[in-house]
Design a protein around this ligand. Structure first.
Ligand code: FES
Ligand code: FES
Length: 149
């Protein structure tokens, strides 16, 4: 099936299989920042935005992206770098495996939540797992990034 999608503000026609997941389609079309981790909708690594909302691309059929706006981290390099600097300053960056999905979620949270509490931040980020750092350093960094520390 052929679908039309807007990826990072550019209209693209994509050929997709009926049972293909969005993570595979995006990678096939060169958006290699989109990574696969657990492949079961649990780790958050494959997060992209669909119409500005963080969405697990390993659990979203590509056909459901037809006519939607998809955003990957390729389009948010400056913003992602800024968050990464806060993570580095708090010692919350290690292998970086979780970073692509984590950063997409943090950037969505910044747009969506005004002055969030610790609990609201933790709730928003609960779907993004990190096997290296623990979450205390991440929370410190994100609070500073959001200006709520
Ligand atoms: S790869 Fe999609 S949630 Fe883990
Ligand atoms: S920094 Fe290694 S998994 Fe998060």
């Amino acid at each position: 099936m052929r679908i039309e999608v807007i990826v990072n503000n550019r209209k693209i026609e994509m050929d997709v299989e009926n049972n293909e997941f969005l993570v595979d389609t995006l990678r096939r079309y060169g958006f290699n920042s989109v990574k696969r981790g657990c492949d079961t909708g649990n780790c958050g690594l494959c997060t992209v935005w669909v119409d500005e909302k963080p969405t697990l691309s390993c659990a979203t059929l590509a056909v459901r992206a037809a006519g939607r706006h998809i955003t990957t981290i390729e389009a948010l390099q400056t913003e992602a770098k800024e968050v990464a600097e806060f993570l580095v300053a708090e010692g919350a960056d290690q292998c970086g495996f979780c970073s692509p999905g984590f950063l997409m979620t943090v950037l969505a949270m910044k747009k969506e939540l005004q002055n969030p509490t610790d609990e609201e931040i933790k709730h928003y980020l609960a779907g993004n797992l990190c096997r290296c750092t623990g979450y205390v350093g991440q929370l410190r960094a994100i609070k500073k990034y959001l200006g709520v520390a």
